[in-house]
Design a protein around this ligand. Sequence first.
Ligand SMILES: Nc1ncnc2c1ncn2[C@@H]1O[C@H](COP(=O)(O)OP(=O)(O)OP(=O)(O)O)[C@@H](O)[C@H]1O
Ligand SMILES: O=C(O)c1ccc[n+]([C@@H]2O[C@H](COP(=O)([O-])O)[C@@H](O)[C@H]2O)c1
Length: 218
Amino acid sequence: MTHHPTAWRLTPRQLAEALGGRLPPPGARIGLLGGSFNPAHEAHRELSMAALRRLGLDEVWWLVSPQNPLKPQQGMAQLARRRASAERKASHPAIRVTTLESQLGTIYTAETLAVLKALFPRVRFVWLMGADNLCQIDRWQDWEAIFQSLPVAVFDRPPYSIRATLAKAAQRFAKFRLPEKSAGLLVTTQPPAWVYVHGRKNPLSATRIRAIHPDWPG
Ligand SMILES: Nc1ncnc2c1ncn2[C@@H]1O[C@H](COP(=O)(O)OP(=O)(O)OP(=O)(O)O)[C@@H](O)[C@H]1O
Ligand SMILES: O=C(O)c1ccc[n+]([C@@H]2O[C@H](COP(=O)([O-])O)[C@@H](O)[C@H]2O)c1
């Protein structure tokens, strides 16, 4: 794994600032929703509210990523614009919008998670993502290390429901899948552990919003 020394150059004060002024208390249960947020939309909020409730989390942190390594740079709005859109959309006391990866100097999720775990060893982190990402996580850098390092919750998303259950990652970690009724135990389950959460499906996507609003980021 690439080492990113920037992470360790953040002073505690800069770190607190990057987190909106508050460090998480030891034992906090925090869901991490990484995304391009190009722009943020209602389904991000719905996923986060479902995660708070179904997984019994204290908070969800949105990690607005500098650049998804698998997405084209073209058409990706500037980080500040995407962050502002996330802040407008989140608007909830239990959702923190951050650009932590740009401050930590990490690009790949596996690196980001390694740094966050080292910075906050007593926080219980869970990785949150939509079913589309379960279908392609096997193309992410060190993807198996992600499953080995923290619990993962996958949220249903049309039209990926069936594809996701057949995904390489779902098969590789099949025996570590918790039944959905045990979703509340995920955060305290030793990884690898994951759960597929069904609920209200929302077909919304940032791609669709960009098609309707070609002037985004405006
Ligand atoms: N409608 C949705 N239902 C469930 N999860 C979603 C939905 N939209 C986005 N997500 C999840 O939220 C996270 C961030 O998504 P992202 O910001 O890429 O939005 P997107 O709508 O997928 O964007 P794009 O259409 O540009 O690929 C990802 O884990 C993604 O799977
Ligand atoms: O680490 C990787 O190789 C990797 C490859 C693709 C996507 N990701 C992360 O997946 C999250 C979801 O990305 P996106 O663009 O689907 O919203 C976001 O945090 C990305 O940084 C990470």
